[in-house]
Unconditional design. Structure first.
Length: 257
């Protein structure tokens, strides 16, 4: 069974469902026919009415494509049939059947193709192919290929001038100084916290005024030998004994009777 233009089927197939579009063509959903996948050239759209049924046209579609390509002066591969519509008026009134065939011809010279596609030229080639002549005039129009999207340009990269170098260097140095100062402050604060944590809790003390040498004494609450004078440093834990008057004043209970 013959396939629509620009399609083919495996050998021995008997159903049009086995027909697939040739390479570079895609199916038109509305009609199930094949058209060029990518339009890279202008297209001449052609509409022709023929006095025949849709079923008869589909059986002789390849003959129509060859006659149209010969009339336009192009290759058969440049012709695609977009749709075949049967006249509803003919069916209602039981008139002679009629179909309207819409085709596309891809070409780089649209003017030459449009001028070559006259009714007389097409009817002559249709007659030679054994097809009925077109009824009414042929209508043509030109459709340009879609414009390519403009390429995105990358913004120019600004080069750093010599006048900017001092600012960059100064900012880097200032940032480094601030970073070091912040680290030092954090270290000191952390160190002070550890020192406070490691200091032993002070022993309870009492303060008294020495009338003799005007030195403040701190009593640890232990024996008299554990009293310390402010401003004096001892090499061992046991200080020298206090003067007798000082001992009697601080520890009257130890005074001799």
């Amino acid at each position: 069974m013959p396939c629509p233009a620009q399609s083919s089927s495996p050998a021995g197939s008997t159903s049009s469902a086995a027909c697939t579009c040739n390479a570079g063509y895609v199916v038109v959903p509305a009609s199930g026919r094949c058209k060029l996948q990518v339009q890279t050239l202008p297209v001449v759209e052609v509409t022709v009415s023929l006095p025949m049924s849709k079923a008869d046209f589909e059986r002789q579609e390849d003959l129509f494509v060859a006659a149209l390509a010969k009339s336009a002066g192009v290759e058969v591969s440049d012709v695609s049939i977009i749709s075949v519509t049967e006249s509803s008026a003919a069916r209602r009134r039981l008139l002679a059947p009629s179909v309207q065939v819409s085709s596309e011809i891809q070409t780089s010279d649209t003017d030459s193709v449009s001028q070559a596609l006259t009714t007389d030229t097409l009817n002559k080639n249709l007659g030679e192919a054994g097809l009925p002549q077109a009824t009414g005039p042929i209508t043509t129009s030109v459709r340009e290929p879609p414009a390519a999207a403009p390429a995105l340009e990358e913004p120019p990269v600004k080069e750093k001038t010599k006048s900017q170098l001092p600012l960059i260097i100064g900012g880097s140095v200032a940032g480094g100084v601030l970073l070091v100062a912040g680290a030092w402050l954090i270290y000191k604060k952390f160190q002070g916290t550890n020192v406070k944590r490691n200091q032993p809790s002070p022993l309870p003390m009492s303060i008294s005024q020495n009338p003799i040498d005007s030195q403040i004494c701190f009593d640890t609450g232990a024996t008299s030998d554990k009293a310390y004078h402010v401003g004096q440093a001892w090499e061992n834990e046991t200080p020298p004994p206090l003067p007798e008057r000082e001992r009697e004043r601080l520890y009257p209970e130890e005074a001799p009777p």
